[in-house]
Design a protein around this ligand. Structure first.
Ligand code: G3P
Ligand code: MG
Length: 245
């Protein structure tokens, strides 16, 4: 087994409020070698890291990201919903994350949330920001919106992209090649060992999400996946160290 990327899903979101700097720092402490996060855009065009299009679930504020300026969004408490110890965590900007990981040896999986809200220029701004930080070779951009992935490849042909899907896509490695993608980011239950092998044969990686059960992790590692996205990077790190990977 080669090197398998241990992606912390929304940071170490099993331990900390998702998509906060606390969750990203915790991920690295727990042995993650990658961070997965979700990218949206504010009313004033700033890229921010939050899972939902709305702030309701993780800050209590009944508003959409697209309708708030960055200053307004930064006033929201993104930590207390998880635990009072995290009161004062804010919704980070993409730049804050890039500043944080600059000196750390981790990969980044930026998921463009262009499903519910179509943010004008989301793809261009994400590529521009990654390039400004010279992190192109440490980033893979994924999305459930595959039009966004095609756009990314048009803007930045060398940028790696990953196709997100949940179930039953027929021969997705053929589709991935057609889109110029590097990887399939599939729901773990849609990943069979023969799929991983067929994808590998045409140079496409599998990186399943969201895998929190050690037994499922072990099955996927045996199948030869290139990475796993988990809320518990500590669990995956323990398995990988047992296997000497
Ligand atoms: O990128 C993997 C995973 O994050 C996709 O689903 O809804 O958790 O963003 P979601
Ligand atoms: Mg995500």
């Amino acid at each position: 087994m080669g090197f398998v990327i241990n992606y912390a899903h929304r940071g170490a979101s099993g331990h900390c409020p998702e998509n906060t700097l606390a969750a990203f720092a915790k991920a690295i402490d727990l042995g993650a070698t990658g961070i997965e996060t979700d990218v949206h855009m504010t009313k004033d065009g700033r890229l921010v890291l939050i899972h939902d299009a709305s702030l309701k679930r993780t800050t209590g504020i009944n508003a959409y990201v697209k309708d708030l300026t960055l200053d307004e969004l930064k006033a929201a408490d993104a930590g207390s919903w998880f635990h009072k110890d995290y009161k004062g965590e804010t919704v980070p900007t993409l730049e804050e994350l890039l500043d944080f990981v600059r000196t750390k040896d981790v990969m980044l999986n930026l998921e463009l949330k262009s499903g519910i809200v179509q943010y004008p220029g989301l793809e261009e701004k994400t590529v521009e920001t990654v390039r400004r930080y010279k992190m192109d070779d440490r980033v893979i951009i994924s999305s459930f919106n595959h039009y966004s992935l095609v756009k990314v490849k048009q803007i930045a042909p060398k940028m790696k992209t990953g196709i997100l899907y949940s179930e039953g896509l027929y021969e997705p490695w053929v589709y991935a090649r057609r889109l110029g993608a590097s990887a399939l980011h599939a729901a773990h239950y849609a990943v069979l060992p023969e799929f991983v092998q067929a994808a590998r044969a045409v140079d496409i990686d599998y990186t399943p999400f969201t895998v929190n059960d050690a037994g499922v992790m072990a099955r996927l590692l045996a199948a030869g996946v290139a990475g796993i996205i988990t809320d518990y990077p500590d669990r995956l790190a323990a398995l990988l160290s047992l296997k000497g990977s």
